[in-house]
Ligand binder design. Structure first.
Ligand code: ADP
Length: 267
């Protein structure tokens, strides 16, 4: 591995609790370098899963959090001006394609339309990335793989991936895991007892049932980990839950009362 890419290697094994057969399916997909789409709500383990898979496969991982201002140049690269003139700088996608990393585009639908166009030639048999401004065609390294995440809940008619893009990916569904598994994850990540972790998961389950009835998104595993970390550091559970589970997701007074009541049922 050369210097450019070695900084992206996943050195320590990330903790990942598998939920079904996603690890084996991903390995099979990687073996044929199939582009993958990880579908599911925010904070349910998609990023952790890719980190774990990159570590397991021994491949570097380049993660890009996409946002609405992101353009194709941010991904592919651009000419920079410096004292000696102009020089080309590869963007994260070009680095991954050139040197053989797994490139994870988190929430790619957020990025501008031109970004999804540049990934197309990398996702079919050609496996190329045209650097139009530079006049270069990168033939992707044999180890390169493209992975995107997609939250089906957020998409609107204005902002969705086109069918022609979706059909270029294999997809794995992610969701908040079953009670026992999520309890195990929260307890492992925060060091709170199984009992406290289980109560946190129960609060989340109540909130998730309110999704679509006044809540846009339920309480995620990530939020439970915030709550657990505060509790583990000595914060009173009720205050910890209010701060990390209730206040961030709603401003509606009735919904806050309903969620606070759910918290006080368990703590
Ligand atoms: P996403 O990418 O779906 O938004 P993340 O992968 O960042 O979510 O997950 C949020 C946090 O939840 C992670 O940092 C990790 O601590 C925890 N987590 C969720 N699912 C798992 C899992 N299956 N195994 C281990 N940790 C998990």
């Amino acid at each position: 591995m050369n210097d450019v890419i070695s900084q992206y290697s996943v050195k320590e094994q990330p903790y990942y609790r598998s939920v079904t057969d996603e690890v084996a399916l991903y390995e099979a997909a990687y073996s044929v370098r199939m582009p993958m789409m990880l579908k599911g709500p925010t904070g349910c383990g998609k990023t952790r899963f890719v980190e774990y898979m990159a570590w397991k496969l021994g491949k570097p991982l380049i993660t890009v959090a996409c946002n609405e201002d992101m353009t194709a140049s941010d991904l592919v690269g651009r000419f920079l001006l410096d004292a000696s003139g102009t020089r080309w700088q590869d963007g994260p996608l070009a680095i991954a394609a050139r040197h053989g990393a797994i490139c994870y585009l988190d929430e790619v639908v957020e990025a501008r339309q031109d970004t999804t166009v540049v990934i197309h030639p990398l996702t079919d048999a050609r496996r190329v990335l045209p650097l139009e401004k530079k006049g270069e065609l990168i033939q992707a390294h044999p180890d390169f793989q493209l992975v995107i995440s997609y939250n089906p809940g957020y998409q609107s008619l204005m902002k969705d991936l086109k069918q022609s893009t979706k059909q270029r990916f294999g997809a794995l569904d992610f969701n908040y895991p079953d009670h026992e598994i999520e309890t195990e994850i929260v307890s492992h990540e925060t060091r709170v007892s199984q009992d406290v972790a289980s109560k946190l998961v129960s609060i989340a389950e109540r909130a998730r049932n309110l999704k679509g009835h006044g809540l846009d998104e339920g309480i995620s595993t990530r939020m439970l980990i915030y709550a657990g970390s505060l509790i583990a550091s000595g914060v009173d559970p009720m205050s910890a839950c209010r701060m990390t589970l209730v206040r961030p997701i709603t401003d509606d007074p009735d919904m806050r009362d309903a969620l606070d009541a759910a918290v006080s049922t368990f703590f």
